[in-house]
Write a new protein. Structure first.
Length: 270
């Protein structure tokens, strides 16, 4: 027996304390509200998928889809499985936004969460609660900064409003971390995860890295600009936007079709 084989045969993993591992997923989409005036552009809002917890801890509180890692899967497979089990939706891809490992972040014990962002490109998606989730709904998102380091996260669905307050702690490699002042009745440290995900998304949207994921294969420049403005919560002069985006898109020979609107040229990602 080799020296390494001898070492491994005597090694007992159970001699060391080990955390449980979970995945939490920030699933986002753009929700379009059609204007009553056909001459006006539709109103677009960023929406976040939340589930209502069916069991303790935080029973009946709203939370991100997520759950525990199984021994026979990767953490990415765990994330996709949990979203589907709890909401019936199947995200196509995931972007990691980091680990959340504060020792007391979960009252059940030492549990480390791997957090991800996933984007659903169409607003024509129907969620359905399942597994240990009592409900699953899309909440419209508002995320505002009121002074140098205080942020307000407001999530609304019909008559339900969740209002969290967070403090910016640090920013490394384009990722900003937060501490929770008021959780807004969100479960666990999920307000912190959502805030970090939204900040990362806004940073990516500045350089058009993520905005195409919210659109179909072919789109108008107005639709593209609307996506960037909605994600970043800003207004952009159309001339400035078209100049900056020119290197990221290419024209097609197709136009939009629809009564009441002048046909607009369709573009696709370069």
């Amino acid at each position: 027996m080799s020296e390494e084989s001898s070492f491994l045969s005597a090694y007992k993993l159970s001699d060391y304390e080990r955390p449980s591992v979970t995945a939490d997923i920030v699933v986002l989409r753009l929700r379009t509200e059609d204007s009553e005036n056909y001459r006006q552009n539709s109103n677009t809002k960023l929406s976040l998928l939340l589930i209502k917890r069916g069991g303790h801890p935080f029973k009946d509180c709203w939370a991100l889809p997520g759950g525990f890692l199984n021994p026979d899967e990767t953490i990415e497979q765990c994330a996709l499985r949990e979203v589907e089990e709890e909401t019936s939706l199947k995200p196509a891809s995931l972007m990691s936004i980091g680990l959340f490992s504060e020792p007391k972040r979960d009252p059940r014990g030492w549990i480390i969460s791997n957090a991800f962002v996933s984007v659903l490109g169409s607003d024509k998606v129907e969620q359905q609660s399942g597994d240990d989730a009592k409900d699953a709904q899309w909440f419209d998102v508002s995320f505002e900064q009121d002074n140098e380091d205080i942020f307000h996260l407001n999530l609304s669905y019909r008559d339900t409003e969740l209002k969290a307050t967070l403090k910016e702690e640090n920013s490394d490699f384009g990722m900003t971390s937060f501490s929770i002042i008021d959780s807004g009745e969100l479960a666990f440290d999920h307000a912190k995860i959502i805030a970090k995900a939204l900040t990362a998304l806004r940073n990516s949207a500045k350089d058009f890295e993520v905005i195409f994921d919210f659109l179909p294969e072919k789109f108008t420049l107005t639709e593209l600009q609307n996506v960037q403005e909605t994600i970043m919560n800003i207004s952009i002069l159309s001339a400035n936007f078209r100049r900056k985006v020119a290197g990221y898109v290419e024209e097609t020979d197709e136009y939009t079709q629809g009564a009441g609107h002048r046909p607009a040229k369709l573009y696709k990602k370069r």
